[in-house]
Write a new protein. Structure first.
Length: 341
């Protein structure tokens, strides 16, 4: 797995279901994205190779250089129908860049498409997005992008030497090393803006593991210690954890009350309030409708794929089928799903 694909060492990112109304909190220890870098990229980023950072070509050299790789007009399939995260273009009274978590999220939005496009192409897309900034913020953002790319390579190189032991002390040691590495490649303000939430989660996970493996704690003491550890998280993360538990309870209720829609509606209203419950019900109805139409479309698509039509005729037939089954927004989603079958 390459430097931009491997997750970092603690717990994975928590995704709460029903995306229209739920919280998404950043992945712990970096939340690195997945992908495969093509051979046009620095050799240290090719999957399967793990040279030292010092011997590699820094990916920051891709930033701000003339492009010899064309950037397609169409977005990668995995990003089709999505929007670039906003809120990142913040500057101070002197026109200087204000680093934010949103800026890192914008970088990761594009980097998540590695493997569909080369790193050079995705860096070019990020640079195009950054072009809305005026100087000096634009140059500062490009410098931050280069440092962030080099950090991602450096942390992958560091992790290559890690073993499999994950007791609380080992996790804490690794956490401290990676936190320090972030502040080696990024200035302290940027590292804090990019990773403050991740690092709060890291510390919580280390404490959670320590509590779980302490043989001297009674169940009541263990529960109290976990509550104390959770209280140390920022409020937004505490709220996210509460929502995670609520939606886990909701999934259980959906299964138990699948044959009793009246009881399920009452459960939703009691757990989430009338407004959120109504949105949930609408979302579920839309998802059920999409699932029915997608299954019907998939059956018809398989029939066409097996029909023996020539390439151009098959493409015309598939396009016609998508146009019949889906609206414009849904067609983008269906085409993206088709591309990864």
């Amino acid at each position: 797995m390459n430097a931009f694909a491997r997750p970092l060492v603690l717990v994975p990112l928590v995704l709460i279901g029903l995306t229209a109304i739920v919280w998404l909190w950043p992945g712990t220890m970096g939340g690195e994205t997945q992908g495969v870098i093509t051979p046009q990229e620095p050799s240290s980023l090719i999957p399967g190779k793990a040279p030292s950072v010092q011997e590699s070509t820094p990916p920051s050299q891709l930033v701000g250089r003339p492009r010899d790789v064309p950037v397609p007009e169409q977005m990668p399939a995995s990003l089709a129908g999505t929007s670039v995260p906003g809120g990142w273009a913040r500057v101070d009274a002197f026109g200087g860049l204000i680093p934010t978590l949103a800026l890192r999220q914008m970088f990761e939005y594009y980097l998540s498409a590695l493997g569909e496009e080369s790193l050079s192409q995705l860096v070019a897309r990020i640079e195009q997005t950054l072009s809305v900034l005026e100087e000096p913020a634009r140059s500062q953002a490009l410098e931050t992008l280069g440092a962030y790319l080099d950090y991602k390579l450096a942390v992958s190189d560091l992790e290559a030497g890690y073993g499999d032991g994950l007791d609380a002390l080992e996790m804490q040691r690794r956490m401290a090393e990676i936190h320090a590495l972030r502040r080696t490649w990024l200035d302290s303000a940027t590292a804090e803006a990019f990773f403050a939430q991740d690092e709060a989660i890291d510390r919580f996970q280390v404490e959670k593991l320590r509590i779980a493996r302490d043989p001297e704690l009674t169940p009541q003491q263990r529960q109290a210690a976990l509550e104390d550890a959770e209280a140390s998280l920022p409020e937004s993360l505490r709220r996210a954890r509460r929502d995670t538990r609520r939606f886990a309870d909701y999934e259980r209720a959906r299964q138990e009350l699948a044959d009793d829609p009246v009881a399920l509606r009452a459960w939703r209203q009691e757990a989430f309030g009338a407004e959120t419950a109504a949105r949930l019900e609408t979302l579920e109805q839309e998802q059920a409708d999409w699932t029915r139409r997608w299954q019907a479309y998939s059956t018809e698509r398989e029939r066409l794929m097996a029909s023996g039509l020539a390439g151009p005729e098959l493409q015309v037939a598939l396009d016609r089928l998508r146009n019949q089954r889906f609206d414009e927004r849904e067609r983008i989603r269906a085409q993206a799903l088709d591309s990864i079958r």
